[in-house]
Design a protein around this ligand. Structure first.
Ligand code: DQA
Length: 146
């Protein structure tokens, strides 16, 4: 059975409360529960981790080497700033799908640049919390079919 690491970046622990007009009212716990249910259906296992700290996310990615078959990540604000997360993903070379709740390409110019997209299998952006579920399906398909 394939193992997938699900990473949530900074401020995503505030989902449900944080700017609901942009990010909806679904909480991070709701999203993780939906991912767990979908993982069972898709016959994969997931581990979920949220951090507000760039270094903790880098360490978690490094620890994925040899332990996980894929990474599903919403890097949140680090999407637009973090060479360190990009380099960590390049170091471990674990197939990665990037997801965003909002459509970053229709938002402020600084959000339209992703340091992660170029080292990912693909990006899903703009489908609210469903981006995570679509991302898990896409990553699972990639892992079993490529
Ligand atoms: C986000 C988009 C980012 O620009 C923002 O900093 C976030 C959330 C999203 O899921 O839409 O924190 O990654």
């Amino acid at each position: 059975m394939k193992k997938i690491l699900v990473l949530h970046g900074p401020n995503l622990n505030m989902l449900g409360t944080r700017e609901p007009e942009k990010y909806g009212k679904t909480t991070l716990a709701d999203i993780n529960n939906m991912l767990e249910d979908l993982a069972k259906e898709l016959n994969v296992t997931i581990e979920t981790f949220q951090s507000n700290s760039e270094g903790e996310l880098v360490t978690k990615i490094q620890q994925a080497y040899g332990m996980f078959d894929g990474i599903l990540i919403n890097p949140a604000a680090y999407t637009h700033t973090s060479v360190a997360l990009r380099d960590a993903l390049l170091s471990v070379n674990v197939p990665t799908v990037e997801v965003h709740i909002s459509n970053i390409h229709t938002r402020e110019e600084f959000r339209q640049k992703s340091f992660i997209a170029g080292v990912s299998v693909g990006q899903i952006s703009g489908f609210k919390h469903n981006s995570y579920l679509l991302g898990l399906r896409a990553l699972t398909d990639y892992l079993y079919c490529s």
